[in-house]
Design a protein around this ligand. Structure first.
Ligand code: GDD
Ligand code: MN
Length: 369
């Protein structure tokens, strides 16, 4: 049994495989880690397999899994999970896009009790070197979609990550395409994920195997994870849905409070209705804030970035923005598209709700590491 297994998926990597295996093994020695190196190869037609066989003669911790069917990066990593001889898996590319020197830190963080450690290109300190604009745009789009499900994670489609065996052991992974991490986040059983910044360096040797068809695969994967979360309430994506529902319930309570206060002020305090309305609005914003702070986002309380007053001000600004969106959509739909006024208002409410949730989740109740 090893301390950890480093999984290296390969397909025609004869130019890199020896160096990456040596580099990972050197890192093991330097940090006195008893690590396994498992190359998961999709039956490469070049010398990759024979080079690994040669390395195996002098290194007993090096292994190769040669796959003959169901070609694919994600499938290979998933196969690697079930063949690894340890309880901690770290996935790394063969082409030195991911720095092997981070392996011991990832392992340490797992030992400290984290379930998943992600090498992030999109957090402070991370980055991407030498990527053409097209790839950057695709990557940003993919990251945006992934963050809808996992807003606390800056790089949910990274190919460089560490995961505990128990996270993926019983997970019904449906690996497809390139984004195995998203599948792990969506189907795995986990509580704590942490990110470590790194700079992605595009390959010097060989060519990338990313194709445009993978974008469609990716959108299907996101949809699949979303559906999965509806029936698996221990999944991380479901935790996010619960927040959406709670946020909605709080919003409805806000409407009741808004109308109730308005009624009270006008009927019992004989206040001018034009003054009473903004007061009622602000009071409902305050009550929404308190309920969301304690209930909807209560579980991330001790990890919030901003202080309470900061959160209150942010929530107020976002709410006013939401009201403006609601009103703007109402005006647009009724004047330009002749939509029935109640329907126009309802559409405005729904869009403002999405705005309020997404922005508040990412700004007001953003979580720190
Ligand atoms: N077994 C197997 N099967 N390995 C593969 C396959 C495959 O079909 N396709 C690629 N690989 C291996 C490569 O040999 C390399 O070690 C690693 O997977 C990454 O492949 P690249 O072709 O170099 O990927 P990339 O640089 O375009 O994409 C990177 O960025 C993505 C994030 O945007 C990779 O790091 C991905 O893992 C990452 O998700
Ligand atoms: Mn690469």
């Amino acid at each position: 049994m090893y301390d950890l297994t480093v999984l290296i998926p390969t397909f025609n990597e004869e130019a890199n495989i020896r160096n990456i295996v040596m580099a990972v093994d050197a890192v093991f020695h330097e940090h006195s880690l008893h690590g396994q190196i498992l190359v998961v190869d999709d039956n490469s037609s070049d010398a990759t397999i024979s080079i690994v066989h040669e390395l195996m003669m002098s290194k007993e911790n090096v292994e190769i899994l040669i796959r003959e069917k169901d070609h694919g990066l994600s499938q290979s990593v998933a196969d690697g999970f079930s063949h690894a001889l340890s309880d901690v898996f770290i996935v790394i590319d063969a082409d030195f896009s991911h720095p092997p020197v981070l392996i011991p830190r990832m392992y340490e963080e797992i030992r400290k009790g984290n379930d998943i450690i992600i090498g992030s290109r999109y957090m402070e300190g991370g980055g991407i070197k030498k990527w053409p604009l097209k790839r950057r745009i695709i990557s940003i789009g993919a990251t945006f979609l992934g963050r809808l499900l996992f807003p606390d994670i800056t790089d949910p489609v990274s190919g460089f990550f560490a995961v505990k065996k128990e996270v993926v052991d019983k997970a019904p992974l449906k690996p497809r395409g390139y984004k195995i991490l998203l599948e792990v986040l969506g189907k795995g059983i986990w509580e704590n994920a942490k990110e470590i910044p790194f700079e992605f360096v595009d390959r010097e040797i060989g060519s990338s195997k990313l194709k445009t068809g993978t974008i469609i695969d990716y959108a299907r994967q996101v949809a699949d994870i979303t559906l999965y979360s509806f029936s698996h309430h221990n999944s991380a994506a479901w935790r996010e849905w619960k927040r959406v529902f709670k946020f909605g319930i709080v919003g409805i309570s806000g409407i009741v409070i808004n109308l109730g206060i308005l009624f009270l002020l006008v009927e019992f305090f004989t206040m001018n209705k034009d003054l009473a309305s903004p007061i009622a609005i602000e009071i409902s914003i305050l009550s929404n804030f308190i309920l969301n702070d304690l209930w909807t986002f209560g579980s991330i309380e001790n990890k919030k970035v901003a202080g309470r007053w900061h959160r209150l001000v942010a929530f107020n600004i976002v709410s006013v923005g939401g009201a403006a969106i609601n009103y703007g959509i109402f005006l647009m739909l009724t004047t330009w598209f002749a939509v029935y006024y109640l329907a126009a208002q309802l559409i405005g409410i729904v869009i403002a709700f999405v705005w309020n949730f997404l922005v508040n989740r990412r700004v007001t109740w953003k979580r720190t590491q």
